[in-house]
Design a protein around this ligand. Structure first.
Ligand code: PLP
Length: 427
């Protein structure tokens, strides 16, 4: 029974464009009406009709502890008694900044914002301000939020709906963004040779999660570090997904590469709207009020968001968290692979730690072009079968599957049985 969800979607479309506040949620790519979610606990979501789902979207990444974790709920309950926003400095912000600086290797000053989009927009502005240059390099299929400069050949919903660039982004601005194939160091080198003097920054998801998950080839990230250094460009790691997901210190710690600036979001807010960007002291000193590059936010450092984020990061800072996640993720993704193989269905699994993707294709997916070659019809049938069996996946092949600490071996085993059934009977 999905009556309530269907009624809500119908009503939503009367008041909200497409019925949703973020495009991929509408489920258009997989041809479904989305379940409307009423509550969540651990790795389970319940829709408005009371149907439970095992959740592998994790709110698109943030819920690495699972939903409604008692520490996060306690922190929020305590914080809310003291008011919801002051627009003034607080102790919580200082604790948050201190914890980020201790956890993330390249950050020694950090500014909080309200979303990943704000983090990348601000980092790009800062990079342009510091270098006095205009152009930026990004990669096809990487998504860095919906800021004007970054909506060129972007991933996530932009990829799902096949939009190469968005109307509303001035051509003059789009022309300053150069988008290159991921994992192609030669293309980056060539671009630096041609435009090196005017490239302010190179921004990259160190492990892209928005064209589905793609794994950086050995030395790709190292190559980006070397090239940006020799052309005096700013290397920005967009760790909005990978931050606190791959390891305590994110992808930069995991791969041992030090970017100049880092963007954070998702996990850092513990489920509340938060982002952050940070880096070396001298770079961050160019920001107002000490410096001349302007950036601000009425609700930035909001006490509720800080409380939820801090509670989350404190748990992630404890021993064994990431080894547990890795072990469960290995069980999940290798189980998926065997189930598909047993059913004779060609799939490629890309995974780093607790983020991964299943592509219906038979050659390795190393960039956006490869991801786009996967079988969309097959994905749609797989998606629909899983949803019917009570498994909530991201409704697009260009998104990641995220595991959380709440996904027990038992739940994973159950999910793998459903997947085997989907592979056998529905595809
Ligand atoms: C989600 C995401 C963003 C944008 O974050 P929002 O909070 O949705 O604005 C930016 N970069 C990456 C890598 C993301 O996955």
């Amino acid at each position: 029974m999905k009556t309530k969800s269907q009624e809500l979607f119908k009503k939503a479309k009367r008041y909200i464009p497409g019925g949703v506040n973020s495009p991929v949620r509408a489920g258009k790519a997989v041809g479904i009406d989305p379940p409307f979610i009423a509550r969540a606990q651990g790795c389970t979501l319940w829709d408005a009709d009371g149907n439970p789902y095992i959740d592998y979207v994790s709110s698109w990444g943030p819920m690495i502890l699972g939903h409604a974790h008692p520490d996060v709920i306690n922190a929020l309950t305590n914080a809310i008694q003291r008011g919801t926003s002051y627009g003034a400095p607080t102790e919580l912000e200082v604790e948050m900044a201190e914890l980020i600086v201790t956890m993330v290797p390249s950050i020694d000053r950090v500014r909080m914002v309200n979303s990943g989009t704000e983090a990348t927009m601000s980092a790009i502005r800062l990079a342009r301000g510091i270098t006095g240059r205009n152009k930026i390099i990004k990669f096809d299929g990487c998504y860095h939020g919906h800021g004007d400069s970054l909506l060129v050949e972007a991933g996530s919903g932009v990829a799902t709906f096949g939009i190469p660039g968005s109307p509303g982004v001035p051509e003059d601005l789009a022309r300053q963004t150069i988008s290159l194939p991921f994992n192609n160091l030669a293309a980056v080198e060539e671009t630096f040779q041609r435009f090196g003097d005017d490239i302010a920054a190179l921004i990259v998801e160190p492990v892209p999660g928005n064209m589905g998950v793609v794994v950086p080839q050995p030395n790709f990230l190292r190559g980006l570090r070397d090239l940006t250094r020799s052309y005096r460009s700013i290397l920005i790691f967009d760790e909005v997904i990978t931050g606190f997901r791959l390891s305590r210190g994110g992808a930069q710690e995991y791969f041992n590469i030090t970017p100049d600036l880092t963007c954070l979001g998702k996990i850092i807010g513990g489920g509340l709207p938060v982002g952050a960007f940070g880096g070396k002291r001298d770079l961050m000193a160019r920001l107002a009020p000490d410096g001349d590059v302007y950036q601000a936010g009425t609700l930035s450092g909001n006490p509720l968001a800080m409380a939820a984020g801090l509670a989350t990061l404190r748990i992630l800072n404890q021993p064994d968290v990431y080894s547990t996640l890795e072990q469960r993720s290995n069980m999940f993704f290798s189980g998926l692979k065997s189930a598909a193989q047993e059913a004779g269905i060609p799939v490629m699994i890309n995974r780093v730690e607790s983020m991964g993707s299943l592509f219906f294709c038979d050659s390795p997916v190393t960039d956006f072009a490869g991801a786009k070659k996967s079988d969309a019809g097959m994905f749609k049938r797989y998606y629909t079968s899983m949803l019917e069996q009570g498994v909530y996946l991201a409704p697009s092949p260009f998104e990641a599957t995220f595991l959380s600490l709440a996904h027990t071996e038992e739940v994973i085993g159950k999910t793998l049985d459903f997947a085997a059934k989907a592979f056998r009977s529905h595809l």
